[in-house]
Structures are given as structure tokens and as C-alpha cells.
Design a protein around this ligand. Structure first.
Ligand SMILES: [Zn+2]
Length: 439
């Protein structure tokens, strides 16, 4: 781990050109492996015109078709390597719960997991975290009988010795099965320096704490994972608890894709040492900085199940080089999933925000979710503390209307609880309108 950190410490300052050379060197090894021991790629690489000994440059690479999630689901077995180089260690299975309800099985290796942990530690170092502090985690856990409220569970360290090869403070865990009120009570009792959770849970928790006047005294920073972090949640957390958020961009199939810049909240650095991340247009060509396209990623160290140009399902855009001096490419914005995209009648795409920070000023709503039902109709789902008055409904509707990129008829629906996805996430916006075919 120390050796990997030393390498990462140096390579973050490499120029984009140096990073590219190192990536393509690793890519070549990965391709040779995939072509010889992965049945799916033996075929696909041959069809795409890849030959042993050919020059692998960006032009050649861009001829390789994107791997879709549907292909990954259908071809899972054929994507597994028949043999793994000995120094990659054992293989592991990672199950993604699949936020759309369709799980995917990924094979990973000891080596890929070691790199994963190394990037995790880099994140903590970038953020200048104090390892002697108390670390609190509220998340969905694999087992439903783990870390239950009111007390959750605890460990003497943040993680194992191979991830943190030095002493750390204690870690506390609480299952996401805890209610928001239970979470707030737990937070006060544990009084952590750091809190890790999902943005949707964070928004509910911080909202509750604002109303109840709760501030965990020692809290220094919040870590946000697994979902897109709305800017309003960042603002809410700063307002209520007075602390910043460190956000990471990751996906279960691949792991870390990009980390928030240590100096700038509004941008991410791609973790180019372990993943080749591309933003491509509908035709598969690379987008220019500022141009929104599909995120296509190739993990460079997972030889157990190579994913070459895998379309994660997000849209994003690259930004200009960062003033912090790191050569790692900048993702200026991650726009989210296809199903979280609003579609206009002319096919235009939007990732809307609904001005939810103001909701509580207008009406006693707890949670919200918007669903685009058609080009004309938007369903607004709320959980509320008490039935809203007609005036409150009117104020809320008028406020939401001003935030929408295109006009909608808004239908209010009140629910006991807003259902979360299979991955335990509350999605604030979903579209039931099919995107244009090319997307
Ligand atoms: Zn930077």
C-alpha cells in the first residue's frame, strides 16, 4: 500500500501526455490478455480489426464498440477470463444490486481490489483527513441484521491494516434501516469527525437536523458516495452543520472513477492510473471539453473480467486543465443517468433541479420525488408532516414551475413513504419517457 501511494503521489503531477502513455501501455497488456483468454473479446476484438502486434493508438482504440449494460448482463459468463495471471491473486464476485432492478455480476481480482483501496486512501489523503478522528458510516449494508438502530456497531479502526497501514481512530456504522430521527440521535451520541453516507439520505438527515437544531459538535467533513450530489445538498450541509462535503464519483462495476479535487469543490479528477475514462458522443467519438456525452470507462487492472469501453449509463463533460496542477483529467460535471434525464418534446435533454432547498420554507414536506410521465405531465410525489393547505400547494407549484426548463402540468401525489430503488437510493427525478434512440 505504501508503495502504491508513493506511485500515486508522483503520477498525479504527470502531464496528460505522460499519463496517456502509461495508460496505453497498461491497455495493451489488458487487450492482449482479453484477446487470448476472454471468449467475448476474442470475437469482438477480431471483428473490430484488432491484430496481435498492431499499433494501439487512440484512433485504433476508438474503433472498439462500446460495451453496454445489456451486453454485460447477457454475456456475463463469456466476459470472464479463463485464466488469470498469477500475480493478480484470487478472484472475487461483486454483485451490483442494480438501481433499475437488474443485477449484474462482476468478477474482480485481488490486484484490482488493492488498487481500489489505494484510490480510497488517496481520497482521504487528498482531503487532508485526520486519521485519528472518529469515522461514522450510514449506509445500506449487505446483511439486514447488521448495525441496526439505535446503536449500530463499531470497530476500533477505520478499516483493515492493508487499507490503512497505520493506526486510526474508531469507526461507527449504522444501517440505513434507521429512521432519520434515529440517525440524528445516533450522530449526536457518536459525535464523529467524519460522516459518510448517500446524498439522498444526507439531504433528509441535514433537513431534519436543521428543523431540530441538531449539530454534531465535532463534525468536520461529510463524504458523499454512490449517487450524484445535488449542489443544493452541499449548500444545505454547509448551512446546517457548517462543514464541506468531499464527493467521489464511482460505480459498483468499476470502483472509483474520479475524486473531488482537493482544492476545488466543483470538479473531479479522473483516476487515470486505474481507469481510462472517455466521454463520447452518440457516434462513439470523443467529445471536446464542455461537450456533454456518455461516460465510457475501462478499468485497467481488472483482468478477471475485462470491461473495455463500458458505458456506465451516466452523462458528463470534461473541463479544462485544473489550476491545482494535477495532470489527471478534469470532469467538470457529471449529469447523471439516462433515466434521470428530462426529455423535451424536441428531444432536448435536461438534468433538472427543482429548487428543493426552498421547499421547507413553503410547506412542511419531508421528501420529494418527481417523475416525468409524458412531455406535458410531471408527477410530484411528496411525504408531508401534515396535509398541505391549498395556499401551500399553490406556492410550491409556482416555485417548482420557475425551476423547470420546459413547462409542465404538475400533479401532486402524497405518499406515506417514497420507495427507494433496489440499491437503497432515493432518486429525486426519473423520467418514464423513452430517450431518443441514439442515446
Ligand atoms: Zn485540481
Amino acid at each position: 500500500m505504501q508503495r502504491l501511494q508513493q506511485r500515486l503521489h508522483e503520477s498525479q503531477w504527470w502531464t496528460p501526455g505522460q499519463l496517456r502513455v502509461a495508460q496505453f501501455r497498461q491497455l495493451k497488456t489488458l487487450l492482449r490478455h482479453a484477446a487470448s483468454v476472454v471468449p467475448f473479446y476474442r470475437e469482438r476484438l477480431m471483428q473490430a480489426g484488432f491484430r496481435a502486434g498492431m499499433v494501439l493508438d487512440e484512433e485504433a482504440w476508438s474503433r472498439l464498440p462500446v460495451l453496454t449494460r445489456a451486453e454485460l448482463q447477457a454475456q456475463g459468463e463469456k466476459l470472464r477470463a479463463n485464466v488469470l495471471p498469477a500475480r493478480h491473486g484470487r478472484t472475487h464476485e461483486i454483485r451490483t444490486s442494480g438501481s433499475t432492478g437488474q443485477p449484474v455480476r462482476i468478477r474482480s481480482s485481488d490486484l484490482a481490489q488493492t488498487w481500489f483501496r489505494a484510490i480510497g486512501l488517496r481520497e482521504a489523503l487528498w482531503q487532508g483527513r485526520d486519521f485519528s478522528g472518529r469515522f461514522a458510516i450510514i449506509r445500506k449494508l449487505d446483511r439486514t441484521d447488521e448495525a441496526l438502530p439505535p446503536d449500530g456497531d463499531q470497530a476500533p479502526r477505520w478499516g483493515d491494516q492493508s487499507t490503512y497501514p497505520f493506526s486510526t481512530g474508531p469507526a461507527f456504522r449504522l444501517s440505513l434501516m434507521a429512521s432519520v430521527r434515529q440517525q440524528a440521535d445516533w450522530l449526536l451520541r457518536r459525535d464523529p469527525h467524519y460522516l459518510l453516507t448517500y446524498p439522498s439520505n444526507l439531504a433528509a438527515l441535514a433537513g431534519h437536523c436543521r428543523d431540530a437544531g441538531i449539530r454534531p459538535a465535532s463534525l468536520r467533513q461529510v463524504l458523499s458516495i454512490a449517487e450524484l450530489l445535488p449542489p443544493e445538498t452541499r449548500a444545505l450541509v454547509r448551512e446546517v452543520w457548517g462543514v464541506p462535503i468531499a464527493d467521489v464519483y464511482s460505480c459498483k462495476e468499476i470502483g472509483y472513477l474520479a475524486l473531488q479535487c482537493p482544492l476545488h469543490e466543483d470538479r473531479f479528477h479522473v483516476q487515470s492510473e486505474t481507469v481510462l475514462l472517455e466521454v463520447v458522443d452518440e457516434a462513439g467519438r470523443l467529445c471536446a471539453p464542455g461537450e456533454v456525452g456518455r461516460v465510457v470507462a475501462t478499468p485497467l487492472f481488472n483482468f478477471a473480467m475485462p470491461l473495455l469501453r463500458y458505458a456506465i449509463g451516466d452523462y458528463a463533460q470534461f473541463g479544462e486543465a485544473c489550476s491545482c496542477g494535477r495532470g489527471l483529467p478534469v470532469l467538470a460535471r457529471v449529469q447523471g443517468r439516462v433515466r434521470n434525464m428530462m426529455i423535451g418534446p424536441d428531444g432536448a435533454r435536461y438534468w433538472p433541479s427543482f429548487g428543493s432547498r426552498r421547499f421547507r420554507e413553503l410547506a412542511p414536506v419531508r421528501q420529494h420525488q418527481f417523475v416525468q410521465k409524458s412531455f406535458e405531465r410531471l408527477e410530484a410525489r411528496f411525504t408531508v408532516e401534515r396535509p398541505l393547505t391549498p395556499e401551500e400547494e399553490q406556492a410550491l407549484r409556482a416555485h417548482i414551475q420557475t425551476k423547470l426548463p420546459i413547462p409542465f402540468q404538475i400533479d401532486f401525489v402524497y405518499l406515506e413513504e417514497i420507495p427507494v430503488s433496489a440499491a437503497g437510493k432515493l432518486e429525486n427525478f426519473m423520467s418514464e419517457v423513452a430517450p431518443p434512440p441514439a442515446a
